[in-house]
Design a protein around this ligand. Structure first.
Ligand SMILES: Nc1nc2c(c(=O)[nH]1)N[C@H]1C(S)=C(S)[C@@H](COP(=O)(O)O)O[C@H]1N2
Ligand SMILES: [Mo]
Length: 166
């Protein structure tokens, strides 16, 4: 039987691994714009954008249970894309150095779920995220599917140009 996870997109993985071994100690990630230009973004750059905190976030995993509730703090992914990309765009790929990643559609950013907007979080419960916790982490407040969208150690944010549709 086909399930939601039966597709070829590696950014919508069907297997899930908590992967407790962080690939890097450096929270800086590369922002790749629609035109292919790449620039590094450090936590300090995220902190210049409006600070958003979302309470009652859970990291849901079948493997090791559910943890939380946490309050994650960061910049919204929408604010990051709008600050650093000035071309029309339709999707954002958020990928970790370990290859784990997620695809986010513009519609999800423009019409946030009632659970809260999608964040690039740099703090949890008022403390900077540690290497083990994910340094800069994608937080998708609405996601309850084995934490498949809660990308730790964001290494690259790639903006995909307009024209593509979910
Ligand atoms: N970079 C990266 N992020 C990841 C994963 C991963 O393998 N690599 N696994 C995901 C899965 S399946 C789970 S259950 C959670 C575990 O997060 P935790 O260590 O905060 O509980 O991280 C998610 N984010
Ligand atoms: Mo998971």
């Amino acid at each position: 039987m086909k399930t939601d996870h039966d597709h070829a997109d590696p950014l919508q993985p069907h297997s899930h691994e908590p992967n407790p071994a962080p690939p890097s100690e450096d929270p800086t990630f590369q922002f790749v714009s629609v035109n292919g230009r790449s620039r590094p973004i450090a936590v300090m750059d995220l902190q210049r954008l409006p600070e958003v905190s979302i309470s009652d976030c859970y990291i849901v995993s079948t493997g090791h249970g559910t943890s939380g509730p946490f309050t994650f703090t960061g910049a919204t992914l929408l604010a990051v894309v709008e600050a650093f990309c000035h071309d029309p765009w339709s999707e954002v790929e958020v990928v970790s150095a370990d290859g784990f990643g997620n695809r986010i559609y513009a519609s999800e950013l423009h019409k946030p779920d009632p659970a809260g907007p999608i964040l690039l979080a740099y703090a949890m419960d008022g403390q900077p995220l540690t290497r083990t916790q994910g340094l800069v982490r994608l937080i998708v407040p609405s996601e309850r599917d084995d934490a498949l969208r809660q990308v730790k150690w964001v290494g690259e944010v790639r903006v995909v140009g307009g024209g593509k549709r979910p």
